[in-house]
Design a protein around this ligand. Structure first.
Ligand code: NAD
Length: 360
């Protein structure tokens, strides 16, 4: 199999589709990996490391796409990359199509096939390629929240970690999946009072058993959401329904009940955002205010820790890449319903039912 790995073009995106270790594994199995020069230079992987692992150096993205059949990336291709993509390519990357309806038509027009990390499943009913990135986003959401609560950063000027003699501060997490549970863990560890909302009662019960008095669990509905966000300094949105546009859980009308200078972090922004007032932002310009509430809506949060994120992502993606390389892509898809669940589009047509439903 000829595998191409272009450099990521998204703002502040230094993650790599393949690490030198992954290239070594694939080239050791007889596959050819074509990588763009300086692919991993932002995270300490030199071109020499990739060459030593058996990779073939390309001097441009054009060259990578011209050689590669299976293109392994991290984030969705940007408009400027689309002219390089054609029907011979299968792209294996995050797409989040439901979160970016405007970009879908041009992507489909390339005639390529897209297997989306965010809808690949596993035997346990989980999302093995999305999960490591969600875990990172959940963990760093609290660091981000704490940072923007500082007065010089536009926040209300509170320390969300406890100080003797003062009442503990509150954090609300909406959506207790992988990202949410990682945010909850950090928030509990830092001594905040944590409000958790989800639609899944058994998940809420498990978290109550785990954390006891340190958390308050609520079924996610308007009344409970309003109550929790009114007293919280940090609100983390981490809801997800596989392949679909994120359900809106906080509407603009609810912002008036929040305290000025509070921080909202919409992790679900890659699927369109779960707060009505959310709009995608970048690491270069991550926050804006609506009604004096800070909104952080960066669509590639794990890009803030690109070395960790690349290693975690490669650990999860490599078995699927090996399978596609060794069996051929069609056979690998036929052999594995879990990889096949990642198939979002092919030959100009959307395939994944949830994505189709969301984009109708
Ligand atoms: N911004 C980023 O950089 C970034 C990085 C990683 C993940 N993400 C996104 O984070 C989101 C969460 O991912 P995950 O892996 O934690 O998903 P997950 O499937 O593990 O968890 C989602 C949770 O949301 C709950 N939920 C669904 N609808 C709800 C509703 N209306 N109200 C309350 N809870 C609801 C589900 O019951 C589930 O517990 C996804 O959209 C993912 O793409 C974003």
């Amino acid at each position: 199999m000829k595998i191409g790995v272009p450099k990521e073009l998204k703002n502040q995106e230094y993650r790599v589709g393949l690490t030198p270790h992954s290239v070594q594994v694939l080239s050791g199995q007889g596959h050819q990996v074509f990588f763009e020069n300086n692919l991993g230079s932002g995270i300490g992987f030199t071109d020499e490391d990739y060459i030593a692992a058996g990779g073939n150096l390309c001097n441009s993205a054009e060259e990578v796409y011209s050689h590669g059949q299976l293109i392994v990336k991290v984030k969705e291709p940007l408009d400027s990359e689309l002219s390089l993509i054609n029907e011979k390519h299968t792209l294996f990357t995050f797409f989040h199509l439901a979160g970016n309806p405007a970009g879908v038509k041009n992507l489909l027009a390339t005639g390529s096939r897209g297997i989306a990390y965010e809808t690949v499943t596993n035997e346990q009913g989980g999302l093995p390629l999305l999960s490591p990135m969600s875990a990172i986003a959940g963990q760093i959401s609290l660091a981000i929240g704490n940072y923007y609560l500082l007065k010089p950063h536009g926040g209300k000027g509170v320390l969300s970690t406890p100080l003797e003699g003062l009442t503990s501060r509150e954090v609300t997490v909406l959506g207790a999946g992988v990202a949410g549970c990682n945010a909850i863990k950090v928030a509990v560890n830092q001594g905040s009072v944590v409000n958790i909302l989800d639609l899944n009662e058994s998940k809420l019960n498990e978290l109550k058993m785990l954390y006891g008095e340190k958390v308050n669990t609520f079924l996610s509905n308007e009344k409970n959401i309003e109550k929790c966000i009114a007293s919280s300094d940090i609100v983390v949105g981490s809801v997800y329904v596989i392949g679909k546009q994120a359900p809106k859980v906080i509407f603009k009308k609810h912002l008036s009940c929040m305290q000025q200078g509070s921080v909202m972090i919409d992790i679900s922004i890659d699927q369109g955002g779960c707060f009505e007032s959310s709009a995608p932002t970048t690491h270069d310009d991550p926050v804006y205010k609506v009604e004096d509430i800070l909104h952080y809506c960066v669509t590639n949060m794990p890009g803030a820790v690109p070395l960790t994120a690349s290693e975690a992502l490669n650990k999860a993606t490599l078995p699927f890449i090996e399978s596609m390389a060794n069996y051929g892509i069609d056979e690998a898809l036929a052999k594995s319903e879990h990889l096949n669940n990642g198939l979002n589009f092919s030959q100009g047509k959307l395939i994944h039912p949830s994505v189709i439903e969301s984009l109708q």
